[in-house]
Design a protein. Structure first.
Length: 195
């Protein structure tokens, strides 16, 4: 077991990086399995994570492989949150691929097990990813959220993100339609502050 996770019974989430996850093959395997469970359960419950149907094990494994490869190349970051040695959340950002957009990255996904809500996991994951982006020289970190996800939008605002656009009724889930809200965090303006 990873030494960073051996402080058992902690009230605060332990946040591990992609490099910490892959340095322990057993932990990495358990991470992939647990990440699939979290993502599939959240999508099954209607979470706004980009899938209409729960993702397969293969889809999650391919996604995580892509993100880890990007993180190793300095083009992304992956963070995993643990409470009492159990994966309860994950999040990642990826650098934009277009050469004119290289100084920027998109915070693509934050997913937290419903049982861990209210424990500071989303805030800790997001803050770690912002710090990773700053260290990687990212100038602007963007994200989008479904308009009905008020808790996430409030959290992002509290971390310095500002809304820069909205597509009304853009996200289709069955017969329901939701706004797609675009947010940004300009790390150039913040210098070495917060994170």
């Amino acid at each position: 077991m990873n030494a960073a996770m051996t402080s058992g019974g902690t009230a605060e989430p332990v946040i591990l990086s992609a490099m910490e996850l892959i340095s322990d093959p057993e932990l990495g395997t358990r991470f992939a399995e647990s990440a699939h469970r979290i993502l599939a359960d959240l999508v099954r419950g209607g979470a706004a994570l980009g899938w209409v149907e729960p993702p397969t094990h293969q889809e999650v494994a391919e996604l995580l492989g892509h993100v880890v490869t990007a993180a190793q190349a300095g083009d992304g970051a992956l963070r995993a949150a643990y409470l009492d040695h159990r994966l309860v959340g994950l999040g990642y950002w990826l650098r934009y691929a277009r050469s004119t957009h290289r100084p920027h990255a998109d915070l693509e996904k934050i997913a937290v097990d419903g049982a861990a809500h209210g424990r500071g996991v989303v805030r800790a994951l997001t803050a770690a990813l912002i710090a990773d982006a700053r260290r990687a020289g990212i100038e602007v970190l963007t994200l989008d959220a479904r308009g009905d996800n008020g808790n996430a939008l409030r959290l992002y605002r509290s971390l310095g993100f500002t809304e820069y656009g909205r597509l009304p009724d853009f996200v289709a889930v069955g017969e329901r339609r939701y706004d797609k809200v675009f947010c940004m965090l300009d790390l150039r303006q913040q210098g070495s502050a917060t994170g």
